[in-house]
Design a protein around this ligand. Structure first.
Ligand SMILES: Nc1ncnc2c1ncn2[C@@H]1O[C@H](COP(=O)(O)OP(=O)(O)OP(=O)(O)O)[C@@H](O)[C@H]1O
Ligand SMILES: [Mg+2]
Length: 181
């Protein structure tokens, strides 16, 4: 990518992800780009694959505990197994009050020393950090979807996701996102 003039320009990558396992692998690759204090916002409809990606991210970071949908808790802290950052996995679906409520959670962890991943965070937790990585997961439909030939391919087409990763803020300026592809 060559965008030398506008240093505030967001860096973006658009990827096609063909299976849940590939989504997990994308999460692992994403982990390699992350450092303490980073905020990742995941958006996409129910069942898009946000938690699946976070699972891979947890594997890539090397944190304790299985990443699951935080259904009964708003946030779950996964401590690091080694020297890396903790993973704080937030499900903001039921978080209505935005940032204040997030701070009220009183997580027993230092956010600047953690990687924070928020599902459904759009419009709620951007203020946590001016710098953020925005990941949008969409089911591939129309022109993006593979042509369906028979039953098996119909299932395969259902599994295809289109993922757009956008780095916002100074932290991500000039960061090469091509290792994700
Ligand atoms: N390409 C794909 N990427 C991710 N998940 C896929 C893909 N293809 C199929 N799946 C399946 O879709 C489901 C995604 O569920 P997941 O819990 O990750 O979604 P989510 O976006 O977190 O949903 P929710 O909004 O309920 O939190 C899983 O059952 C997964 O196996
Ligand atoms: Mg989820």
């Amino acid at each position: 990518m060559n965008v030398p003039h506008d240093t505030s320009a967001a860096t973006a990558a658009r990827l096609t992800v063909k299976s849940a396992e590939d989504m997990r692998e994308l999460g692992r690759r994403l982990a390699a780009l992350l450092r303490p204090g980073d905020l990742v916002l995941l958006s996409g409809e129910l069942g898009a694959g946000k938690t699946t990606m976070t699972r891979g991210l947890g594997e890539g970071l090397g944190v304790r505990g299985a990443v699951t949908s935080p259904t009964f808790v708003i946030a779950r802290v996964h401590p690091p197994l080694g020297d890396g950052p903790a993973l704080v996995h937030v499900d903001a679906y039921r978080l209505s009050g935005g940032l204040d409520e997030m701070e009220d959670l009183d997580l027993d962890v230092s956010l600047p020393e953690s990687v924070v991943v928020v599902e459904w965070g759009d419009g709620k937790v951007e203020d946590l950090s001016e710098d953020r990585l925005r990941v949008v997961i969409e089911r591939a439909v129309g022109a993006d979807a593979p042509t369906v030939v028979d039953g098996d391919d119909a299932d395969a087409a259902d599994d295809v996701r289109s993922v757009t990763v956008t780095g916002v803020g100074e932290r991500w300026t000039g960061v090469d996102l091509t290792p994700l592809g």
